[in-house]
Design a protein around this ligand. Structure first.
Ligand code: IFM
Length: 460
């Protein structure tokens, strides 16, 4: 029996592959605030969060944790936890207020200041080009369902490569295009709040096309930092081993997973999904698009939060794909998401097999929302559920590495509590507590736990 099995499978992070990257992640609109500073334009999230009823309590990202001004403090918090890389996103409307035409040097300056500060403290910069804050001017011209937006994204990305290419250590083109397309254009709970399936499919295609064109533009620069994309795939677990449930779970992965991962691999979109909705218009694919989308990437980023359970359901007009989500016994987070660490192991193994081990993988987000409170004296925040959540998910990821998955790094979502989209500030994901009244940051127990895992002193 191996020693770690004798220890009940608890391991030290010192057993991780050489160079394993520990990071924390965040996104511009969720943490920056300063939405009208230094020439920033309006984004679809500014507009959406000001729409009555769109976000809980009418919260907006206008101030958030004010990282735009307070980034030195946040970088120090990362340094003191031994964080190796900060995954942040670049706000397109800071760089190009109208989404086309003139670029704003003050926008670039902010990211240069942030990256310089990170580097001064020995922390790498992992920049995401698009984490949902589309310039409103582009939405006014049709948004992602309009093919032109993919071209505009390519131009914006190329400008970022030109200005920041020598200091960014890792590029991520898009964060979770499923959310931008399906939540934004079909379900309508995210900006811009549309409810049109055809628009969502077109948006998904143009997001991927923008990714492919940006990746091609990047290669033309000769820059060598790795570039990839972050997906939030979902491989639901079949409720039982009956063949109907297994087939239902497979169908449930068509839009959430196959639509986004297969074209990156040079494979077609899942036609079966389009066939289920004959009234909707399939993605407007033009000659050469699929080749562009499959432009080689250097890694694939995965965001994992939970694994749903799916069973077969009667096929009818309301449920043409014939599946439904069913309850499970798992404890749930404040997002009402089930805690399924083993699902992360299955997820990594599935992606690794589905991609034929073609790209190294990174977990670019994982974490949980907990109803955190400060101690009475305001100096500590005990979040044992988050510590437990992280410990179990780290363990699942390390198991996958042991079983052959080339997982190169793990970014915890998030450094600090922030604007959780339609939930506003009511959901706390940080390992650092944000006091939104006075902008005080208070490290939670999970922050100290993460620090000790990274230093190799805490067993997982
Ligand atoms: O806060 C989000 C993030 O912006 C994208 N991935 C999921 C997180 C938690 O919901």
């Amino acid at each position: 029996m191996k020693q770690q099995e004798q220890m009940g499978r608890r391991r030290s992070s010192l057993n991780l592959p050489e160079g394993f990257l520990w990071g924390v992640a965040a996104a511009s609109y969720q943490v920056e605030g300063a939405t009208s500073a230094d020439g920033r334009g309006t984004s679809i999230w500014d507009t959406f969060s000001e729409t009555p009823g769109a976000v809980i309590h009418g919260h907006t990202g206008a101030v958030s944790v004010d990282q735009y001004h307070r980034y030195p403090e946040d970088v120090r918090l990362m340094r003191d936890a031994g964080i190796g890389s900060y995954r942040f996103s670049i706000a397109w409307p800071r760089i190009q207020p109208d989404g086309s035409g003139a670029f704003n040097s003050k926008g670039f300056d902010y990211y240069k200041r942030l990256i310089d500060e990170l580097h001064r403290e020995g922390i790498g910069a992992a920049a995401t080009l698009y984490h949902w804050d589309l310039p409103q001017a582009l939405e006014d011209r049709g948004g992602w369902p309009n093919r032109d937006t993919a071209h505009r994204f390519r131009d914006y990305a190329a400008a970022c490569f030109g200005e920041l290419g020598d200091i960014v250590d890792m590029w991520i083109t898009l964060n979770e295009p499923w959310c931008s397309s399906v939540l934004g254009y079909q379900v309508g709970v995210h900006a811009p709040g549309s409810t049109d399936r055809s628009a969502a499919w077109a948006a998904g295609h143009h997001l991927l096309l923008g990714h492919g064109m940006a990746t091609e533009a990047y290669r033309a620069t000769g820059l060598t930092a790795p570039i990839g994309i972050t997906l939030n795939l979902e491989m639901p677990r079949p409720a039982t081993n009956r063949s109907e449930d297994i087939a239902a779970a497979d169908r449930a992965a068509d839009m959430h997973t196959r639509f986004f991962i297969d074209p990156l691999l040079g494979r077609p979109y899942p036609q079966r999904h389009f066939d289920a909705y004959p009234d909707a218009v399939p993605p407007p694919v033009e000659a050469g698009d699929m080749e562009r989308i499959a432009a080689p990437i250097d890694f694939l980023g995965l965001n994992y939060y939970f694994e749903p359970v799916v069973a077969a359901a009667p096929v009818n007009a309301d449920n043409p794909e014939g599946y439904r989500e069913v309850p499970s016994h798992h404890e749930r987070t404040h997002m009402d998401w089930p805690i399924v660490p083993r699902g992360l192991y299955r997820h990594l193994k599935w992606v690794w097999a589905h991609t034929d081990g073609r790209f190294p993988l990174y977990i670019t987000e994982n974490g949980c929302a907990v109803r955190d409170e400060l101690t009475e004296d305001g100096t500590r925040c005990h979040d044992p559920r988050r510590v437990d959540y992280l410990r179990q998910h780290f363990r699942a990821a390390f198991d996958a590495i042991e079983d052959g998955v080339d997982l190169r790094g793990y970014f915890v979502w998030s450094l600090i509590d922030n604007f959780e989209w339609a939930f506003g500030y009511t959901r706390r994901f940080g390992v650092v507590y944000a006091d939104y009244i006075n902008q005080r940051r208070v490290p939670k127990d999970s922050y100290y736990y993460l620090r000790e895992v990274i230093s190799g002193h805490e067993e997982v």
